[in-house]
Design a protein around this ligand. Structure first.
Ligand code: UD1
Length: 422
């Protein structure tokens, strides 16, 4: 097992290119199941989660050829002959549930393991299942598996009482090949959903309103191949913005969609980070100014993303004054709190809010990564800290950040990947 050893205190300088969005790529790769042709997707990040979805699609019979160098993949779904997502894969990545809608719509049956609990809370899939049942799927949950079959999905009105990203994606994919019109109300509005709809429409689907809270999908008989480029990863971009700020650095972040990042940019600017557009898809982030406190509440898009909560907390720890961070999307998403405290942070957790009293700098310590974004906050703390930080269990980071150590090194960080630790 590997760990990161970080010597903190170096202001990051230089430029970094942001990879394609993990959360857009995952459903888009699953959407190939729906297609009758060859799908070519560009800007696919090289990540553990992407490997997992390739493995899963491979088990179903989708052939994928990845051009690692160019971040492109060619997928041929014509050989699909299996319809089951086994527990081993689903437990390591919840997004495996995204094959359910496409398999049902295209092949009328699917068997997908229940994701079970995960590090950041219960995360049920009831809304996915209710929606598919309303569209005519016969769903049975037994022995830890969802067994679904249908004689043919039919369009219907699906109302989500809370916005769910994966649920919206599953229903949207299923509806592309269902008979008639599906209306999703209370849909999640994340940019990744719009990107998926763009890919599907490129295959010949008829989706309107993706990115808004009502989406209308008119089913078609079949979908063709497509060429599609995945949007940049807004969470990776936000994490590098926070890295520039926490090290008092000056970093040019390239390949970003600022229009997807309004809430994050607004909060960073409110803290005193200067963010200036330097080109069509690039920004300078100047962290040399004094950082002030912040109150942040996570919310569905376009609100502040839960996937940036841990990172902005690390930043708030070394900002002057008193901040508060409230998590409204997931329960149990404060696992970074005790680890940040081991590095000197002054934090008090009350319900779903963490109250932060600013310190001057973190102190290096041995800490443990617990989930993807929590790990990112510990890297940020390590980059800021006096002395040496050892971060164990970095496989969590590798699920969602492509080459994070290499990218940080090119910005001047002293970060080494070493063998060791449990
Ligand atoms: C996606 C993202 C994840 C992000 C999250 C929220 C991917 C692969 N992952 O996860 O990085 O943190 O959105 O922005 O895109 N819920 C239910 N019933 C359901 C489904 C969800 O109660 O059937 C609840 C969840 O427990 C959670 C909330 O709805 O409290 C939002 O979850 P959801 O948007 O579905 O998250 P994911 O799609 O799993």
């Amino acid at each position: 097992m590997y760990k990161f050893v970080i010597e903190g205190g170096i202001p990051l300088k230089g430029e970094v290119v942001i990879s394609g969005s993990k959360n857009a790529a995952l459903p888009i790769l699953c959407s190939s199941i729906l297609s009758d042709g060859i799908c070519r997707f560009a800007n696919i990040p090289r990540l553990k989660d992407i490997d997992t979805i390739f493995k899963l699609l491979g088990i179903l019979g989708v052939e994928a050829e990845m051009d690692d160098e160019n971040h492109e993949v060619t997928m041929d779904p014509s050989g699909i002959k299996a319809f089951e997502a086994p527990y081993e894969l689903v437990k390591s990545m919840r997004a495996s549930i995204l094959i359910l809608g496409p398999l049902l719509a295209r092949y009328k049956r699917a068997k997908v393991s229940l994701p079970g609990g995960c590090a950041i809370g219960v995360r049920p899939i009831d809304l996915h299942l209710k929606g598919l049942a309303k569209m005519g799927a016969d769903i049975d949950v037994s022995h830890g598996y969802v067994l679904a079959k249908t004689s043919g999905l039919k369009g219907d009105r699906i109302i989500f009482n809370k916005p769910t990203v994966g649920g919206t994606e599953n229903i949207m994919m299923a509806a592309t090949l269902a008979k008639g019109i599906t209306i999703i109300e209370g849909a999640a509005r994340e940019p990744e959903i719009k990107d998926l709809a763009d890919a599907l429409n490129g295959m010949g689907a008829r989706i309107e309103g993706a990115g808004e809270s009502t989406i209308a999908i008119e089913g078609v008989d079949n979908l063709s191949g497509v060429e599609h480029r995945v949007i940049p990863d807004r969470i990776e971009a936000g994490t590098f913005m926070a890295a520039a700020a926490i090290t008092k650095g000056l970093v040019e972040i390239r390949g970003v969609r600022l229009d997807h990042m309004a809430a994050v940019v607004e909060k960073l600017e409110e803290m005193g980070v200067r963010i200036m557009k330097s080109g069509e898809a690039s920004v300078y982030v100047d962290g040399s100014g004094k950082l002030g406190p912040i109150d942040v509440e996570t919310a569905p898009y376009p609100g502040f993303p839960t996937d940036m909560q841990a990172q902005i907390m690390a930043l708030a720890c070394v900002a002057g004054g008193a901040s508060s961070i409230t998590e409204n999307i997931f329960e149990n998403r404060f696992m970074h709190v005790p680890e940040l405290m081991r590095m000197g942070a002054r934090l008090e957790e009350k319900g779903n809010t963490v109250f932060v009293r600013g310190i001057d700098r973190f102190q290096g310590a041995s800490v443990m990564a617990t989930d993807l974004r929590a790990s990112a906050s510990l890297v940020l703390a390590g980059l800021n800290a006096r002395g040496r930080t050892e971060l164990r269990r970095i496989y969590h980071l590798e699920r969602g950040y492509e080459d994070i150590d290499r990218k940080l090194k090119t910005l001047g960080a002293n970060i080494e990947r070493q063998v060791g630790g449990i």
